[in-house]
Design a protein around this ligand. Structure first.
Ligand code: BES
Ligand code: MN
Ligand code: ZN
Length: 507
């Protein structure tokens, strides 16, 4: 999403009756006694009449339920929209994430409507910001390759958050943060949605340069010759089968008063056919998403730079296309990775760990305080945690800090172990390690492979966490909340929250 076609976002403390939007959105919850308007901002009479007919209208308050009603004589908006916020029977306040999802769901389902005002319960700056974020995530669509605009309704262009906190001091900054996060999440989605005919290592590197323009970051690109000269055997090995050569991209944000040094590594397989260990057709269908990790670390560093956080962040994008051909690597080939370790490639479909290994070694050389990698690494992640919960593994400290950041950001992550005994399943007859080990718990086996490539700083291992987002990065099902079909942008918010937490802890 380029800045130019982002929706206009504003806030107001005005009386809802006088907000001049086409649609006025009000929340409905599932209360103990049935559906109930949440903090109804409507005039008492209208409120009472509407409350009495909710059940008859089929309004239950269930999450993602949207009902459109004609406007009321008392309000300026042309249409009244009810959005479900889910269970409110326990009397507990709605969480910021519940607000984010309700706002996102309403705005997403109101595509085709020009202007939307949200009258959800936004008593605090944090709640208003969550609503703004959700609305901006919901106002997303990907239409780059449609020849006619008739096929899909245009996303909402004008969003107003109605909140009594409109004049509070922290609000402008919180809204700017929401805009920056939304740009980062939506740009990640767009990169993931890009077809592999158009997005391949070279064009991805160009897109990274373009996205970085105007921000205080430095972009360095390794082409195939430079990768060869410097010995990036993993990235080259995976890229060998493709007519489109691989790339490594480094994006550095180094503010003057940095409190800490963070390195991010992302898996950027622009298409994963499996290589000679070819995937079946069904398994290949979604494999344009296999560069999501690289898109995430790119947009996370750009967001941190846009926020001006005092933390150094360096993102490494490991870009290759995994294809079968006469020049492709073979099962049983041996690669010499960046830094010198050798890997026997027993399965060319376990390619993510090969490109990530090079990236982890390169990132380690700069001795960051923490190293976090993000990858659509294993189908086993989906078996373990499903399509909506991402995994975080690694050293306890960073791992738990990532989980805490995810909780704060409203993203679903769960910590998983890396059992010692899995490492032996990766022993190779001919090389230092093989890329294929124990199938059961395959997500953790993959993590145990990656751990071998995490370097040291001052004699001790660099604190490291590995995020497997294989399922959550790509929504194959129906849209929900603020999440569209296909690219979701998951993990960007968690990484930005992690960087913010690092800064907060240093203060
Ligand atoms: N890109 C896939 C993992 C994946 C699967 C991501 C489904 C998103 C959805 C990865 O490169 C892969 O193919 N992994 C193999 C590893 C196996 C050969 C050890 C897998 O999970 O089957
Ligand atoms: Mn694969
Ligand atoms: Zn892959």
């Amino acid at each position: 999403m380029s800045k130019a076609n982002e929706p206009v976002l504003s806030v107001t403390a005005k009386d809802v009756r006088r907000v001049p939007a086409q649609a006025l959105v009000v929340g409905v919850g599932k209360a103990a006694g049935g559906p109930a308007l949440i903090d109804s901002p409507l005039p008492p009479k209208a409120s009472a009449a509407l409350s009495g007919s909710l059940a008859l209208l089929g309004v239950t308050g269930a999450v993602d339920q949207v009902h459109r009603l004609p406007g009321l004589p008392e309000i300026d908006a042309e249409m009244l929209v009810l959005v479900g916020v889910g269970d409110v029977s326990n009397g507990v306040q709605l969480s910021p994430e519940a607000l984010r999802r309700a706002a996102g769901s309403a705005v997403r389902q109101l595509a085709g409507t020009g202007s939307v005002a949200l009258a959800l319960p936004a008593g605090t700056v944090a709640d208003a910001a969550a609503i703004a974020e959700g609305a901006l995530f919901g106002a997303y669509s990907y239409t780059e390759h449609r020849s006619s605009s008739a096929a899909s309704a245009a996303p909402v262009r004008d969003i107003t958050v109605i909140t009594p906190a409109a004049d509070e001091r922290g609000l402008p900054e919180a809204l700017d943060r929401a805009r920056i996060l939304a740009r980062a999440v939506n740009s990640t989605r767009t990169l993931v949605n890009q077809p592999p005919s158009h997005l391949y290592p070279e064009t991805f590197a160009a897109a990274a340069r373009e996205a970085a323009r105007g921000l205080p970051v430095k972009v360095t690109v390794w082409d195939e010759k430079k990768l060869e000269r410097e010995g990036f055997g993993g990235i080259l090995g995976v890229g060998k089968g493709s007519s489109r050569p691989p790339r490594l991209v480094k994006v550095e944000y180094a503010p003057a008063k940095a409190k800490a040094k963070l390195a991010l590594v992302g898996k950027g397989i622009t298409f994963d056919s499996g290589g000679l260990s070819l995937k079946p057709a069904a398994g290949m269908q979604t494999m344009k998403c296999d560069m999501a990790g690289a898109a995430v670390v790119l947009n996370a560093v750009l967001a941190v730079a846009a926020l001006g956080l005092p933390v150094k962040v360096t993102s490494w994008l490991c870009l290759a296309e995994n294809m079968p051909s006469g020049t492709a690597q073979r099962p049983s080939d041996v690669l010499t990775m960046y830094g010198g370790k050798t890997v026997e490639v027993l399965n060319t479909d376990a390619e993510g760990r090969l490109v990530m290994a090079d990236g982890l070694v390169a990132a380690s050389q700069e001795e960051p305080d923490a190293l976090i990698d993000v990858a659509t690494l294993t189908g086993a992640q989906m078996i373990a945690l499903g399509n909506r919960v991402s995994a975080v593994m690694g050293d306890e400290g960073v791992r738990d800090a990532v989980k805490a950041a995810a909780d704060r950001a409203g993203e679903l992550f769960w910590t998983m172990p890396i059992p010692e005994e899995l490492r032996a399943s990766l022993d190779s007859q001919v090389a230092d390690i093989s890329n294929h080990g124990e199938r059961f718990g395959g997500m953790m086996t993959a993590a145990s492979f990656l751990r071998e490539f995490v370097g040291e700083s001052g004699g001790s291992p660099i604190p490291w966490a590995h995020l497997d987002i294989a399922g959550p990065a790509f929504n194959e099902g129906a849209p929900y909340g603020y999440t569209p079909k296909e690219g979701t942008g998951v993990a960007v918010r968690t990484l930005v929250a992690y960087a913010e937490d690092v800064v907060a802890r240093s203060e």
